[in-house]
Design a protein around this ligand. Structure first.
Ligand code: GLN
Length: 266
């Protein structure tokens, strides 16, 4: 009996070992997997036959080179980047991603490599010429008290534009009911072109790109919110975070990042 039990134990241990070995082996140490949403020009987009392009894509390639790894890009919905980084499915997330206190609860952020502002896109000739125009009135602090009838704001789901727009009027939001979420910024812009929404709130550089390629759109003057972009990694993965920060520092200092940015932002 004892013999049988120890044999069973041995076999179980062997299976366990093999399983552990295969699990370890499936993670390719030579690869660095970046999660992004490649519909956010000029930071990341699909460039015809050339595959992925953009500022983030090129910076990530330089980082991977410095770490001696091959960059692999996973093009996913913006809202699933943080969860995937958190679970270890992706090594890092880079998607024109704004550092927020809330996101910091789920992932760690690198040093920032770019700044951005949220802007409002409307159709040319729109009756809304300033942020104030969207609201019915203002309180003693100068904050909006209500949103004008029929206003719908298009946003890319789960982005900071979505978070600000969905906030209450007092905080210069429009209330959840007046916000329509789209899978990509490009979809939100299409909705604006076809009058499904009154305006789109999105980061300034993608806004410029969208306005450039679509006739009849303009960006309202003024800045809706200032932000910092950074790369996110799994919480407490300090080894990778330090490597990324070191690479970013070198790429900033030797002018590589400026060169990449200048290529995409004229
Ligand atoms: N900067 C915005 C955010 O982090 C939008 C990013 C994006 O759409 N790729 O929420």
């Amino acid at each position: 009996m004892k013999k049988i039990i120890s044999m069973i134990l041995c076999v179980a241990m062997l299976i366990g070992c093999v399983a552990a070995f295969t699990a370890c082996d499936s993670k390719d140490d030579n690869k660095l997997v970046m999660a992004t949403n490649a519909a956010f020009p000029p930071y990341e987009f699909v460039d015809g036959d050339n595959g992925f392009a953009g500022i983030d894509v090129e910076i990530a390639q330089e980082i991977a080179k410095k770490l001696g790894k091959e960059l692999e890009i996973a093009d996913v919905e913006f809202g699933s980047i943080i969860g995937g980084v958190q679970s270890g499915k992706y090594d890092f997330g880079m998607a024109g991603m704004t550092v927020t206190e809330d996101r910091k609860k789920s992932v760690d952020f690198s040093d920032t490599y770019a700044t951005a502002v949220q802007v409002v896109i409307v159709k040319e000739g729109s009756q809304y010429a300033s942020f104030e125009d969207f609201y019915t009135g203002f309180d003693a602090d100068g904050d909006p008290t209500g949103v004008k009838e029929g206003i719908k704001i298009g946003v890319q789901q789960d982005t900071t534009g979505d978070i600000y727009a969905s906030d209450v009027p007092k905080k210069w939001g429009f209330g959840k009911d007046n916000v329509i979420q789209y899978k990509t910024g490009a979809d939100a812009v299409q909705a604006l072109l076809t009058d499904k929404v009154t305006a789109v709130i999105i980061d300034n550089e993608p806004a410029k790109s969208f306005v450039q390629v679509n006739e009849g759109l303009k960006i309202l003057e003024g800045e809706y919110a200032n932000e910092d972009y950074a790369i996110c990694v799994q919480k407490d993965n300090t080894a990778l975070l330090n490597d990324i920060n070191k690479a970013l520092k070198e790429l900033k200092e030797d002018g590589t990042i400026d060169k990449i940015v200048a290529k995409y932002i004229k």
